[in-house]
Design a protein around this ligand. Structure first.
Ligand code: ADP
Ligand code: XUL
Length: 675
């Protein structure tokens, strides 16, 4: 414990906006929280604007009053709350009665006064390690951080090439019999875990020093544990491989994954049950999406009710992998849970109405939700005996790969935009004021209880780029890059739409569409017409693909209300490609940064392991910045400038091309779109 600081008064105003939810607006730098349906949270104290405030501090006393005519009577019950001597006030929840309709849309005042503050010890044992996994579409990766948050080792198991007996292509099976059905063999993920542990052992990793483990899972994918499998899970024999012991633990052997688009009908039915697509989006953070777990479960229940009924527990890829580590069913975390079309995003609880619209008895099969920073459990004896983990090693809730990337990229400013160029392409940022819409997704931020993550997702990312590379550039990224450099920016008005798989954004089916805008120079669109063509020469094809993908990201992020970025942080496999990043900088017109390793999801998972460990040590949530403070550049989390912003005149020309692209895209959606 450090020095005591002077008391600091803070005031806040409680405002009731439309509907029943309450927000508390903060003055003087304290976020108190939000209230919805009777929940009120006291959230982390933030740096006041005008005082010299140490980064790592906590209130030891907090008082608040809720004052208004309507509340006077209740004030005695809850209005004044003194938590003297409570060392950890962060994320403390107070219950206040639900508002009556007469009290809605009024202003209430909240007066918060602080007692004394203490600087706390937020350090980690200096030789501890933190292990993060990323169970993604094509591979399982692992990253280990030391206590200074520097990478100690990274390992990877590539599914197609290192586990060839599963005969996956890109880590998946595309079902020729059912349009849009894409699955992965569940047991392959287990075998990959066996293999990555063997690789970590060979790298001489001292498992005994690992204080905490966490991980990322490809989002939305689901695992179906057969009745009776919790007994197998809790009695794993450390002398045998996991895959040998769990091969019979699943009621469905092939997990539907995020690439699946076979559930259009189920999406529409769930939307209808809650009053429409926008209502579902406001409730769960997203409209009905085919890859989301709820529609997937509904389809399973409708087509194979016996298998559904024989399912004891449904996990996401993230909670599934965490379950293997703790030897018991792990909870689904609130962040990845938001990718299911099942969770009330404000309450962070399963939504009864959507559960009912999805499948019977579902709540029991899903188990409880847990915050991302919570401990899922201690590492189970299997790993202690087999790899010599310390038995106190904690398993922190796993989360989705994109949310953990957000953590790994230390995205904390609304002006920062991340672009992940992995199997899927995703664009994400943070906001304090999420507005769920018909497009895009809102998830809780896994490392900040005050903000949300907003995201757009494209299915035709790296695999589409590989397809064009293979067709036009002799399977070589070097030649692909040469073509991209050879062809002029704006591509002489050539625009392409490339969907090798049914696309998510826009919801268009498989198909390629190529257009040329005649006489396009970037000055005007007036009087210019486009015509469709069957093919482009190879350099134009490469540029049409890359420009098309990035123009779409810019257009949709603007349409989604993301602020125009001050900088972009690029991540994912293709962020290793500088030529592609050049196009990102030209089209968005801002600097592009990269982090030390392209897999920010396993890096973020290792960071979250450290964060969860610290939260556990403190007994409550602590801001993630406590892990690095002002020493970020001494860690492996630091970003470096990869490309400087493009010429602003060119950015304006791209704005015109983007406008035309959206016109054509809207027409294609009207003609061919799935919803
Ligand atoms: P995921 O985590 O979704 O499995 P990754 O982020 O590991 O995917 O990215 C894998 C993809 O990265 C590959 O499909 C490959 O096309 C792409 N990639 C790797 N290197 C390059 C490169 N130099 N240029 C473009 N793409 C690349
Ligand atoms: C996110 C999504 C994909 C997967 C793939 O909504 O569908 O990015 O998480 O890893």
């Amino acid at each position: 414990m450090g020095a005591l600081l002077q008391p600091f008064p803070v005031t806040a105003t409680l405002v009731s906006p439309m509907g029943s939810s309450l927000q508390i607006c903060i003055h003087s730098g304290l976020v108190v929280g939000n209230e919805s349906g009777g929940r009120y949270s006291a959230l982390p104290l933030r740096k006041p604007l005008s005082t010299n405030w140490p980064g790592d501090c906590k209130a030891s006393e907090l008082r608040y009053h809720l004052g208004s005519k309507n509340y006077d009577r209740r004030r005695r019950d809850f209005g004044s709350n003194t938590k003297k001597g409570t060392p950890h006030l962060m994320n403390r929840q107070h219950t206040i009665p639900k508002l009556s309709s007469t009290s809605k849309n009024r202003r209430f005042s909240v007066r918060v006064s602080m007692g004394s503050f203490s600087v706390d010890d937020l350090s980690r044992p200096h030789d501890s390690l933190f292990l993060g996994f990323d169970s993604s579409t094509q591979s399982l990766k692992a990253t280990v951080l030391d206590s200074n948050l520097n990478i100690v080792t990274s390992q990877l198991v590539h599914f197609d090439s290192e586990l060839p007996h599963y005969k996956t292509q890109d880590g998946v099976y595309r079902d020729p019999a059912v349009n849009g059905r894409i699955v992965s063999p569940t047991i392959m993920w287990v075998e990959a875990l066996d293999l990555v542990f063997q690789k970590l052992t060979k790298s001489n990793l001292d498992f005994g020093k690992i204080a905490a483990v966490s991980g990322s899972g490809q989002q939305h994918g689901s695992v179906y544990w057969k009745k009776g499998s919790s007994a197998i899970l809790s009695s794993l024999d450390s002398k045998r491989l996991l895959a040998d012991q769990l091969s019979d633990a699943f009621s469905i052997k092939e997990s539907p994954i995020w690439m699946d688009s076979s559930t259009t009908a189920q999406c529409r039915e769930i939307e209808k049950a809650v009053g429409g697509a926008l209502e579902l989006s406001k409730l769960t953070g997203s409209r009905g999406y085919e890859r989301f777990t709820g529609p997937q479960i509904k389809r399973l229940f409708e087509t194979q009710p016996d298998l559904y009924n024989n399912t004891d527990r449904i996990s996401l890829v993230s909670s599934f992998m965490a379950s293997l580590l703790i030897g018991a069913y792990a909870s689904i975390d609130e962040t990845d849970g938001a990718g299911m079309n099942l969770m009330d995003i404000k309450q962070r609880a399963w939504s009864k109405i959507v559960l009912e619209a999805t499948a019977p008895g579902l709540e029991e099969k899903l188990g409880k939700l847990a915050p991302a920073h919570a401990v899922a459990g201690q590492i189970c004896s299997y790993f202690v005996e087999r790899y010599k983990f310390n038995k106190d090693c904690l398993v922190i809730q796993w989360s989705g790969d994109n949310p953990n990337s957000l953590a790994g990229l230390t995205l904390s400013t609304p002006g920062d935009l991340a672009i992940s160029l992995g199997t899927s392409d995703t664009v994400f940022g943070i906001t304090k004021d999420p507005q769920p819409r018909l497009e895009g997704h809102v998830f809780p931020n896994p490392v900040d209880i005050e903000s949300y993550m907003v995201m757009l997702v494209y299915k035709n990312g790296s695999l589409m780029r590989e397809d064009v590379r293979n067709r036009c550039a002799e399977k070589s990224w070097d030649l692909f890059n040469k073509f991209l450099q050879q062809s002029p920016p704006l591509n002489g008005g050539k625009l392409g739409f490339y969907y090798k798989e049914h696309e998510i954004l826009p919801p268009l089916p498989v198909g390629f569409h190529r257009y040329i805008i005649e006489n396009f120079t970037g000055e005007t669109l007036e009087g210019l017409n486009e015509h469709e063509v069957q093919e482009f020469d190879p350099p134009s094809e490469v540029r049409a693909l890359i420009e098309g993908q990035i123009l779409s990201m810019r257009a949709h992020s603007e349409r989604f209300g993301m602020p125009s970025p001050k900088r972009i942080i690029a991540t994912g496999g293709a962020s290793a490609n500088q030529t592609i990043l050049n196009s990102v900088a030209s089209i968005f017109g801002c600097d592009v940064f990269t982090v030390q390793q392209t897999d920010s999801a396993s890096l973020g998972a290792a960071l979250r392991a450290a964060h969860g460990w610290l939260c556990n040590k403190k007994g409550s949530f602590v801001p993630i910045s406590c892990l690095y403070g002002d020493k970020m550049d001494k860690t492996s989390l630091t970003c470096k400038l990869a490309v400087t912003a493009g010429d602003q005149q060119l950015v304006s020309k791209y704005s015109l091309l983007m406008k035309k692209r959206m016109e054509i895209e809207n027409r294609l959606v009207q003609k061919l779109g799935r919803c």
